[in-house]
Design a protein around this ligand. Structure first.
Ligand SMILES: [Zn+2]
Ligand SMILES: [Zn+2]
Length: 185
């Protein structure tokens, strides 16, 4: 797959960050929550600061614009605009045994590294797979975004355990009601 080794991880970080902010519910209230979210996606969080937390919290609505679907040119323009705010200095490194790019300037804060790496990963997704690989969940009333990595472009729900089940259960109940002759509401 012609994708950065850490690209998928970075895109999934964006999806998790965006999905942590839903109306009336903020899943990123403090440093512990932030460390957990980033740690789950492979980031070393030893140097996480409250400035990083504030930066990432404020970044979420701006990242959402890039991943909830929409006109591809607008998505790219938005990502390029965000990238122009970053302190970018691409360097090839093999500190962990395999060649990969670091995009943020050496010594950048954790939040800057997450920001820059994520933007580059999102741009590579758009270039290699199309911006519609990132879009909102198909379940009614769910505003979560998802990253579709299926071969046939078939992923519909943000999380198979919750939204997919909810939709399938609703469809099952509709079929049962139809069988029993109960009129659809
Ligand atoms: Zn590295
Ligand atoms: Zn969903």
């Amino acid at each position: 797959m012609p994708f950065e080794p850490y690209g998928e991880r970075a895109v999934n970080t964006v999806v998790a960050l965006v999905n942590s902010l839903t109306p009336g519910d903020d899943g990123l209230p403090d440093l512990d929550a932030c460390a957990e979210l980033l740690g789950e996606h492979g980031w070393i969080v030893d140097d996480l600061t409250s400035a990083d937390l504030a930066f990432l919290r404020a970044l979420r609505p701006r990242l959402r614009v890039a991943v909830e679907g929409g006109d591809e040119r607008e998505v790219v323009a938005h990502l390029n605009r965000l990238l122009s705010e970053c302190d970018v200095l691409p360097q090839l490194t093999d500190h962990d045994g395999g060649w990969h790019f670091h995009y943020a300037r050496p010594g950048a804060t954790l939040a800057q590294r997450v920001f820059v790496t994520s933007l580059m990963a999102l741009l590579l997704v758009v270039r290699d797979r199309g911006s519609d690989r990132l879009r909102t969940c198909a379940a009614d009333g769910c505003a979560n975004v998802l990253f579709d990595t299926t071969k046939n472009h078939s992923r519909r729900f943000c999380d198979a355990r919750t939204c997919a089940n909810r939709v399938h259960t609703a469809a099952y109940r509709r079929r049962q009601r139809a069988k029993a002759g109960t009129p659809e509401r």
